[in-house]
Ligand binder design. Structure first.
Ligand SMILES: [Zn+2]
Ligand SMILES: [Zn+2]
Length: 233
């Protein structure tokens, strides 16, 4: 993707006809076995990688899969990335069902379960913030220096990967503040739903991870786990 420029993108886009989000966009360019490839000025790259990059402005990190199983398709809405953490394509299918994608550069709103504006997504025995899942799904890289996924758009419910970036704790606090939230998050009156309580009790994640996910204190998470709090459920 290093040689990606507007000329290449134009050439790439001349090799298929854009349809709507549901239809497959059939590749009319070259193939390397079953993989559509772009042959441009003696350079070669994967048409899928390029389709993904053009649509999401994110370099695909790991392998790209298609939800439609049509090997000629380059519709970015049918493409997704797989990382080790995301165990099965069925989670990914379910994840996409939780999102309403805007057109162009608009926010992709999470319509599934939410707390304080953040989307939450459960896969396997894990629950993560939906925008964090989206970031990883689109090949975003998190490390010890930048472990948080933050919003450029200040919309907590947004999962558009081009509105997300990796940041440190300081930026994370600023992000929360800008999004106008800080207030009341750790307040005991800010109650968790019964479903949350069930999720927390079933989760294999550590207390400190859960506390971060639900933005509650570790001691409160522990009390929930040990049935010392919220025994109503
Ligand atoms: Zn397709
Ligand atoms: Zn956004």
């Amino acid at each position: 993707m290093d040689f990606c420029n507007s000329e290449l993108i134009q050439y790439f886009q001349s090799k298929f006809t854009k349809g709507n989000e549901k239809d497959c966009w059939v590749w009319q360019g070259a193939f390397n076995q079953l993989t559509p490839i772009v042959n441009w000025k003696k350079k070669k790259c994967s048409a899928l990688g390029l389709a993904f990059f053009v649509a999401n402005h994110v370099k695909p990190g790991k392998s790209i899969r298609r939800s439609c199983n049509n090997f000629t398709c380059v519709n970015p809405a049918h493409l997704y990335l797989v990382t080790d953490e995301m165990l099965s394509p069925r989670y990914i299918d379910r994840f996409w069902k939780g999102i309403v994608r805007g057109v162009g550069a608009t926010c992709w709103e999470w319509v599934g379960r939410k707390h304080w504006g953040y989307g939450f997504f459960k896969y396997g025995r894990k629950t993560v913030k939906a925008h964090r899942f989206s970031f990883m799904l689109h090949g975003g890289i998190l490390d010890g220096d930048k472990p948080f996924v933050l919003h450029k758009c200040n919309n907590r419910g947004c999962c558009n990967p081009s509105h997300l970036y990796a940041g440190n704790q300081k930026q994370n606090m600023r992000d929360k503040y800008t999004a106008g939230t800080q207030r009341g998050e750790n307040h005991p009156q800010c109650k968790l739903s019964s479903q949350d309580i069930t999720d927390i009790r079933e989760s294999s994640a550590t207390i400190s991870t859960l506390a971060k996910e639900y933005m509650m204190s570790e001691s409160y998470m522990w009390q929930i786990k040990k049935f010392k709090a919220r025994v109503d459920k």
